[in-house]
Design a protein around this ligand. Sequence first.
Ligand SMILES: CC(C)(COP(=O)(O)OP(=O)(O)OC[C@H]1O[C@@H](n2cnc3c(N)ncnc32)[C@H](O)[C@@H]1OP(=O)(O)O)[C@@H](O)C(=O)NCCC(=O)NCCS
Length: 172
Amino acid sequence: MDPLTDGVVTLVRWRQEDLDVLVRTVSGSLEHLGGWLGWATGGYGEADAKEFLRAQETGESRDYAIRGPGGVVVGGCGLMDRDPGREIGYWLAKEHTGRGYVTRAAALLVAESWREGATFVDIKHDERNERSGAVPRRLGFIHHGEELADPVAPECSGFTHVWRMTRPEWIG
Ligand SMILES: CC(C)(COP(=O)(O)OP(=O)(O)OC[C@H]1O[C@@H](n2cnc3c(N)ncnc32)[C@H](O)[C@@H]1OP(=O)(O)O)[C@@H](O)C(=O)NCCC(=O)NCCS
C-alpha cells in the first residue's frame, strides 16, 4: 500500500524490518507513553513488538509508523474500523512532540478514511490527557460525547471524551 504523506510526515504501514526501530522508539519514551497507553505501561521489548507486527500481517490491526523529516520514525498511529466509521489512535516519541507531527498524521488518516467511504472518524482520549484532546480540537472535530471505561494506564481516570468528524457532504 502506498505511503500517505503531506510532504512533512509520511505514514508507512509497520513492517517486520521495523522491529528494532519500533522497540527503540517506544522503549526510549516509556515514561512519556506508559502513563497513557496500556500497551506501554509494563515496559516494551522485542516480544511485544513482534506480537504487534504479527497483528499487522494478519490484518487484525492497521497501524502506521509516522516518519518525520529525513525519514526518522517519530511515532505511530492507527486506523480502526468502526463500521461505518473509523477511529484514530496515536503516540509520539517524547523528543518529537510539539511540532505538529501527530496533528498532520491524524489529518492524513481522516483523508484516507473518506477515500475508503467512512461516514465519520472518531478520536477518543482520557479527560486527563489534554495534549491528546488538543489534536481533534485543532483539526475541527466536534465534541461528540463521553464514555466511562476502565482506566487503561496509570495517568488515566477512565472518563473518556469522544470527538467526531463527520464525512463532509462535498466529498459525496
Ligand atoms: C498525544 C500526543 C501524541 C500529542 O503530541 P503533540 O506533540 O502535542 O501533538 P502534535 O505532534 O500534533 O504537536 C502539536 C504541537 O506542535 C505545535 N505545532 C507546531 N507546528 C505545528 C503544525 N504545523 N501543526 C500543528 N501543530 C503544530 C502545536 O502548537 C502544538 O504545540 P503546543 O501543544 O505547545 O501548542 C503526545 O502527547 C503523546 O505521544 N502522548 C503519549 C501517548 C498518548 O497519550 N497517546 C494518545 C492516547 S489517547
